[in-house]
Design a protein around this ligand. Structure first.
Ligand SMILES: Cc1cc2nc3c(=O)[nH]c(=O)nc-3n(C[C@H](O)[C@H](O)[C@H](O)COP(=O)(O)OP(=O)(O)OC[C@H]3O[C@@H](n4cnc5c(N)ncnc54)[C@H](O)[C@@H]3O)c2cc1C
Length: 401
């Protein structure tokens, strides 16, 4: 297998890079260059710019407003976007809901929700996990009972990312508590977050940010037209969604961007009276990370293009677990590098003091952001299916043990 990009793919990378450079608003780029996560308005603004270009729904077919790219083009686009650094496209809208509706939705659901999801007119969230159902998702208990032309939802979800911003949520509910197998009694509902009975309670993360939430559903009435696919067949929809969620899961562009940021900072900080960038041990560590990133990039191209050729989309590819495990290990290693370079500046507490400063200090701000990003990315080996679960998948489906 030839692992080099074709001339067309190299030209495509240049086209994407140029577009992002010329169109990413400077204020968003400058904040993100210092290592800050994008704010809600940054994500919305950037996704709308991309949507105008026809790139926001990057993985959808042309018929539904996507660019119709190959798997390699999608990878290149995601990486360039992360390296810019630009806000990531909202995965709940584009990677999760979009493909699910294209595959299972009614015409009315597609027409109503897809264009708005691409343009981020609706902010979606994912209501899957519960206090007793994470890795073992099929044990979920939140119930939906049919009452005329509505379902009535009662129960609790947890770890619902960005629910505080959400207009809509796709929720897994139990519609048949007596089903023979647990997986058989689950349905997939689209819930308008303005419906009475929904309470969102924040969970503050270790970096001090508000990203996660508990969501309580008390007699929440959802029209039956918001059922996706068939009642009690929501597990098929969830499996399809989780297969797509793995697209771009390695987030290599983010690891590359973190290494580049650490190298830039290492030019400015001193170690033993010399710039840290001249330190041999530091240089070896950077080189090792760059080699690991390159190796994973090769693996990613191999896995993704083989999967694309096999037309296996929709069924989770067990090999994507390799990308998840190694990709998140690298994310954690590269954010750790950034923290080590920042040294005593790497403490999130600086954020409040920074706000009170007259003169902005980019080094302090980048140091503080590096700590926040390091802490947040501890969660990368948990969300999207924990790394232990990915290793279970690999031992079974790939190694056949
Ligand atoms: C930052 C973040 C964002 C998230 N966003 C969302 C979201 O938007 N929507 C949503 O629905 N969920 C979300 N989640 C939840 C996420 O999907 C779950 O945390 C994850 O599936 C693990 O479930 P759990 O937390 O219940 O842990 P558990 O499943 O209870 O696992 C606890 C520990 O046991 C290990 N373990 C469990 N089972 C096995 C096994 N069979 N073999 C070996 N080890 C095992 C796990 O690897 C883990 O280390 C988010 C989580 C985080 C951290």
């Amino acid at each position: 297998m030839d692992l080099r990009l074709t001339p067309e793919e190299i030209a495509f990378r240049e086209e994407v890079r140029t577009f992002i450079r010329e169109n990413l608003p400077a204020d968003i780029r400058d904040r993100m260059k210092l290592g800050h996560p994008p704010r809600k308005e940054d994500t919305v603004r950037w996704q709308r710019i991309l949507n105008q270009k026809g790139w926001a729904a990057y993985s959808w077919p042309k018929e539904w407003g996507g660019p119709g790219w190959t798997a390699i083009q999608k990878m290149i686009f995601l990486e360039e976007n992360l390296m810019a650094p630009a806000p990531e496209i909202l995965s709940f809208n584009v990677t999760m809901l979009g493909p699910v509706l294209i595959q299972f939705g009614t015409e009315a659901q597609k027409k109503r929700f897809l264009p708005r999801a691409a343009n981020l007119d609706d902010w979606w969230c994912q209501g899957f996990s519960e206090p007793g159902a994470g890795s073992d998702l099929a044990s979920l208990k939140t119930s939906a009972k049919r009452d005329g032309d509505h379902y009535v939802i009662n129960g609790q979800k947890i770890w619902t990312s960005t629910a505080q911003y959400a207009d809509w949520c796709f929720v897994l509910v139990r519609t048949d508590p007596n089903a023979r197998k647990r997986q058989e009694g689950i349905s997939f509902l689209l819930v308008d977050f303005k419906t009475p009975g929904i309470t969102v309670r924040p969970i503050i993360s270790i970096d001090g940010s508000h990203h996660l939430n508990e969501v309580f559903y008390d007699d929440v009435r959802v029209p039956v037209e918001n059922l996706v696919h068939v009642e009690n067949k929501g597990w098929d929809v969830a499996k399809y969604l989780l297969g797509n969620e793995r697209t771009g899961i390695a987030r290599l562009g983010k690891s590359r961007e973190r290494v580049n940021a650490a190298v830039e900072m290492a030019r400015k900080v001193n170690s033993n009276g010399r710039p840290l960038i001249d330190d041999q041990t530091f240089r070896q560590r950077v080189a090792q990370l760059q080699v690991d990133i390159k190796a994973l990039e090769m693996t990613q191209y191999r896995v993704v293009s083989a999967y694309d050729k096999a037309k296996g989309a929709g069924r989770p590819d067990p090999l994507s677990s390799v990308l998840k495990v190694k990709g998140t290990e690298l994310l954690q290693a590269t954010t750790e590098l950034a923290v080590d370079v920042a040294g005593p500046m790497a403490t999130p507490i600086w954020a409040e003091e920074l706000a009170a400063m007259n003169e902005p200090d980019d080094m302090l701000e980048a140091g503080s952001a590096s700590a926040a990003s390091y802490l947040m990315l501890r969660a990368a080996s948990i969300y999207g299916g924990t790394n232990e679960i990915q290793k279970n998948i690999l031992t079974k489906a790939v190694l056949g043990l």
